[in-house]
Design a protein around this ligand. Structure first.
Ligand SMILES: C[S@@+](CC[C@H](N)C(=O)[O-])C[C@H]1O[C@@H](n2cnc3c(N)ncnc32)[C@H](O)[C@@H]1O
Length: 280
């Protein structure tokens, strides 16, 4: 009742009921994505806020309640998008498996692992816990409020990472704010552990492709792309190259990622790095 008007609750519940009657699981999941997006859009949450805050009472009075139109439009767009951009690739005989979970060592081996890990801990980088809150609630996940703690870097390890390419930056952060240094370290410790598990599941000669953004904490530029390359190199991978891509979709190949210079970039979300490695 805090996040939805009665009218919207009923409309959402009806759509959910219909979706849960779809027999084919793949189609059900596909449609569910649009539903979960709709459930977030029609909640009284403020956009562009890091934490979950409800919109002002005046805005509640003017709130758009046309849930069905939104849902149908989004669903048609998603179907078009899927058909035009993804579906054609699956006609080739590529055996692709999708995991959306922490990666544990599998009993199978892969030629290529392509992923985009989190760019930093969820509390201060991209608020995945907040963004997925309504989806988790609607799916009946009892742990919806605990997601941030479960994500990469979510548990404070009370340990400073001092044996990596970003050790100096962590040391500098520690001088200003030791709590922050612990949080930053916890994230990179988890990321390194995850890379270890991924590495052991890649065939010899296979590839790892990681897409990541670098961020600045306490004015320290953190070279997460280099950290990823370094972590894979510890597992007998060779760093082939890092592509730098900015949001406008301009691509430029780059042998080395930017230096550790402070304040090199003020906006961490303007570019992404695609780190490509090969198991030797
Ligand atoms: C940069 S996003 C990439 C999402 C997706 N791989 C893609 O490329 O669209 C990072 C994702 O990692 C997820 N994540 C963070 N910590 C995780 C963990 N411990 N286990 C599983 N997923 C996690 C976040 O929820 C988020 O969806």
């Amino acid at each position: 009742d805090y996040w939805y008007s009665k009218n919207i609750q009923i409309k959402l519940a009806l759509i959910k009921y219909i979706i849960f009657n779809i027999k084919n699981n793949d189609i059900k999941n596909f449609v569910l994505l649009t539903f979960l997006d709709t459930a977030r859009t029609f909640s009284y949450t403020r956009n562009n806020e890091f934490k979950l805050y409800r919109i002002k009472i005046d805005d509640i009075l003017d709130f758009d309640e046309d849930v069905y139109s939104y849902f149908i439009n989004r669903l048609s767009n998603n179907i078009e998008f899927y058909k035009n951009y993804y579906y054609k690739y699956f006609k080739n005989k590529i055996n692709a498996l999708f995991y959306n979970e922490a990666f544990y060592k599998k009993n199978k081996y892969f030629d290529v692992v392509l992923t985009s890990p989190p760019y930093g801990d969820s509390r201060t980088t991209v608020a995945y816990g907040q963004f997925s809150f309504f989806a988790n609630i609607w799916l009946g996940n009892d742990e919806a409020r605990k997601i941030d703690n479960m994500l990469m870097g979510g548990k404070n390890k009370k340990q400073l990472l001092n044996d990596s390419i970003i050790a100096e930056q962590i040391y500098n952060i520690d001088k200003i704010d030791s709590k922050r240094a612990f949080e930053v370290s916890s994230f990179y410790i988890d990321l390194r552990d995850s890379i270890k598990a991924v590495s052991s599941s890649i065939n010899d000669g296979g590839y790892a492709v990681y897409i990541v953004g670098n961020r600045i904490v306490k004015n320290e530029y953190l070279n997460t792309d280099k950290f990823i390359a370094e972590s894979f190199e510890r597992e007998n991978f060779k760093h082939l190259f890092t592509y730098r891509r900015n949001i406008k979709n301009k691509r430029m190949p780059l042998k080395n990622s930017p230096t550790n210079k402070k304040g090199l970039l003020s906006n961490t979300m303007t570019e992404e790095f695609i780190v490509v490695l090969r198991k030797t």
